[in-house]
Write a protein that binds this ligand. Structure first.
Ligand SMILES: *Cc1c(COP(=O)(O)O)cnc(C)c1O
Length: 396
């Protein structure tokens, strides 16, 4: 494996965890599309099961293609190791399964990805898990909720879809003081723009479906931990619960990751320019993007992130009625949920991604009915601007 320590992100996305195929020298990691792996002898089989021999056994337990992706992303995040999962939600629920038990308590960002919240409220609550959802951009809100049975602090920053930020370093100190495990959903930023483990988090999770794969054609997830003991605990749960990644899925995502730094560079440049354009448009009431000086946590964004990302949200003066007309009128942007692809996607969280969260809870979390979310892609800036311009013209 190549040594990519202290190399540019453009280099590390391509080379981290990668090596030519040892059999034929193929430069691209092969797809080991096999559910099981042959043992040379009964003795070797036994020593694989005992863990003495690190070779492969069965794909739910481990697969060389998946391992190449796990090593790549663990390296980008600066972690001890990575665990590929079938989806981002499988990554989240596996971590919850590993650390939440009967009567334990989790504190989380109120404006998290919808299902990350409803899975706790509707499923984990059936097993006796208690929860509090708060605006984690203010540390005092978290402090107020810490109880003797609090196990996990799960934050998403930038948060979906409000683009509010949480100070990871502050949360890490608080978590350490109170014996909590800090988990950060780093999907919106990607490891190119934000490295939660370096800022003190214990675990990072990703929906690889978004920026890391980047082409809106695969679903996948990843868990990266800083510490071996956490890694071993989560790995055990993942192998038993079975939310593991498929090798073909791993290979596609590995191909996507190689252009991550390039895609982020282009899409976040587009996003900041579009945010500025929208902010100056007479029909637009408000815009939220961490790169705007008007973002309440612009200073934190500059401190904690290496760029402002490609996500933004805004509201029109005409409220959601105007917003609906606008998102029905786009021609280059696509009306669809999900994010982080090369194509720009526009959607309405209150009636789509966050419809499962009650209106009262949505309003409390800042997910207002007029909020339109835009995931900016890699198209030409002028084409995107022109598209929004004509859609806004249709919006009265
Ligand atoms: C999409 C998403 C998830 C869930 O990921 P899936 O791959 O759809 O299961 C979790 N967190 C965030 C921030 C997301 O955007």
């Amino acid at each position: 494996m190549k040594n990519i320590k202290n190399k540019s992100p453009f280099t590390s996305v391509i080379h981290a965890g990668q090596h030519p195929d040892p059999v034929f020298g193929g430069v691209s990691v092969p797809i080991y599309q096999s559910s099981t792996f042959a043992f040379q002898s009964a003795e070797q089989g036994a020593s694989r099961f005992s863990g003495e021999d690190k070779g492969y056994i069965y794909t739910r337990i481990g697969n060389p293609t998946t391992k190449a992706l796990e090593d790549n992303i663990a390296s980008l995040e600066g972690g001890f190791g990575g665990l590929g999962t079938s989806s981002g939600m499988a990554a989240i629920t596996t971590v919850f399964m590993a650390f939440l038990d009967k009567n334990s308590h989790i504190i989380s960002t109120d404006a998290v990805y919808g299902p990350s919240r409803t899975v706790v409220e509707d499923v984990f609550s059936n097993f006796g898990v208690e929860y509090d959802y708060v605006d984690t951009s203010e540390l005092k809100n978290i402090k107020k909720c810490i109880k003797s049975n609090t196990k996990l602090l799960f934050v998403e920053t930038p948060a979906n879809p409000t683009m509010n930020l949480t100070d990871i370093k502050d949360c890490a100190e608080l978590a350490k003081k109170n014996g909590l495990i800090l988990v950060v959903d780093n999907t919106f930023a990607s490891p190119i723009l934000q490295k939660p483990l370096d800022l003190g988090a214990d675990i990072v999770i990703h929906s690889l479906t978004k920026f890391l794969n980047g082409h809106s054609d695969v679903v996948g997830g990843m868990i990266v931990t800083k510490k071996e003991d956490l890694f071993v605990k989560i790995q055990k749960v993942l192998r038993m619960m079975g939310g593991t990644m498929d090798p073909h899925q791993a290979w596609l995502i590995l191909r996507g990751v190689k252009t991550l730094a390039l895609r982020i560079e282009k899409s976040q440049d587009n996003a900041l320019r579009l945010a500025r354009y929208l902010e100056s448009h007479p029909k637009v009431k408000w815009v939220n993007h961490p790169g705007l000086e008007s973002h309440p946590q612009h200073t934190l964004a500059k401190k904690q992130m290496d760029g402002f990302g490609s996500m933004l949200c805004f509201g029109l003066k005409g409220g959601f009625d105007a917003g609906r007309k606008m998102i029905n009128s786009v021609k280059i942007c696509t009306l669809a949920v999900s994010l982080g692809g090369v194509e720009s996607l526009i959607q309405h969280p209150a009636s789509m991604t966050h419809a499962s969260v009650s209106k009262e809870e949505r309003e409390k979390a800042g997910i207002t009915d007029d909020l339109v979310r835009l995931s900016v892609g890699c198209e030409g800036f002028e084409d995107l601007k022109e598209d929004l311009d004509q859609a806004l013209a249709e919006s009265n």
